[in-house]
Design a binder for this molecule. Structure first.
Ligand code: NDP
Length: 275
């Protein structure tokens, strides 16, 4: 059974939508009738996802493509300006962009890595939110931040990522309180392990990534790791005023039971290292 949402007439901007979870969120909004903005640094990937969005859109609405880096303020300004110029408004902002870079605190370039992770995962979200409030206030829109279960647990070798997501959760809650009077809802989705380029790029052992379902998925109460549509469905639920109009400041964990079952990715890594 599939759930369907109606976002006809809505405009949704999803950062980091040229692959993985963001691409699936963009496609689901497009399929549900919204005008979507697809963005990322790689023009080919942005174009590919934008075409997929147009193809699944019931009225073949053309997705807006914006190529840019969220660490560049001018690119972020252009992202918002182009969105509002093209579609006339903004209803839904999904701050999805993010990456992890493994580094122990005594690694030589640790502080540079820390800053890079914080800039992409946190600063860009703060800046975009700051700039989008005026537009979202006009539409009584909403914001969904893609955080992680890493905001709630610690592990070795990945402190910049954990810190960025813990701070992001606090930002979500502060913004929910602050933007409520403007009738803007702000929530977060915190995924567990989901198979995307993220897990390949973050430096987990190849063997672990190749056998993600066996190494991690079988430890999850649902018996599998996540897929991008699992997260996209949760985002669509939160974005819907009909379904989730009473939710704001919620940190919605979508992790297949990872936290409940105390699954340790760290532990699995150590087991592989011993073999
Ligand atoms: P992907 O690596 O598949 O996607 C990341 C997206 O962000 C891509 O579209 C990438 O495009 C874009 N991006 C990365 N850096 C920048 C940048 N500096 N400027 C602009 N765009 C950028 O990862 P996921 O889909 O898995 O991750 C999405 C979110 O989900 C992240 O916030 C992540 O922390 C979170 N998450 C993921 C989990 C997982 O297991 N996959 C678990 C928990 C949370 P491009 O390279 O073209 O710029």
């Amino acid at each position: 059974m599939s759930v369907s949402y109606d976002f006809t007439g809505k405009v949704a901007l999803i950062t980091g939508s040229s692959s993985g979870i963001g691409a699936d969120i963009a496609e689901l909004f497009a399929k549900s009738g919204a005008n979507v903005v697809v963005t990322g640094r790689n023009a080919d990937r942005v174009a590919k996802v934008a075409k997929q969005c147009t193809d699944v859109s019931p009225k073949q609405l053309k997705a807006l493509q914006v190529v840019g880096d969220v660490n560049n303020e001018q690119d972020l300004n252009r992202l918002i300006e182009t969105t509002v110029q093209t579609f006339g408004k903004l209803d839904i902002l999904v701050n999805n962009v993010g990456f992890a870079h493994m580094a122990d605190v005594d690694t030589e370039d640790y502080f540079q890595i820390f800053q890079n992770v914080l800039y992409t995962n946190l600063n860009s979200v703060v800046y975009l939110t700051h700039k989008c409030v005026e537009h979202l206030a006009k539409t009584n829109g909403n914001i969904i931040n893609i955080s992680s279960i890493a905001s709630k647990i610690s592990s070795r070798g990945s402190s910049p990522y954990h810190i960025s997501k813990a701070a992001l959760d606090m930002f979500t809650k502060c913004m929910a309180a602050e933007l409520g009077p403007k009738r803007i809802r702000v929530n977060s989705v915190n995924p567990g392990a989901v198979v995307t380029n993220f897990v390949i790029n973050m430096g987990l052992p190849t063997e672990m990534v190749e056998k993600f379902n066996e190494t991690i998925g079988t430890k999850y109460p649902v018996g599998r790791v996540g897929q991008s549509p699992d997260i996209a469905n949760t985002v669509a639920y939160l974005a819907s005023d009909t379904a989730a109009g009473f939710l704001t400041g919620s940190i919605v964990v979508a992790d297949g039971g990872h936290l409940a079952a105390n699954v340790s990715i760290d532990g699995e890594k150590q087991k592989l290292n011993k073999n």
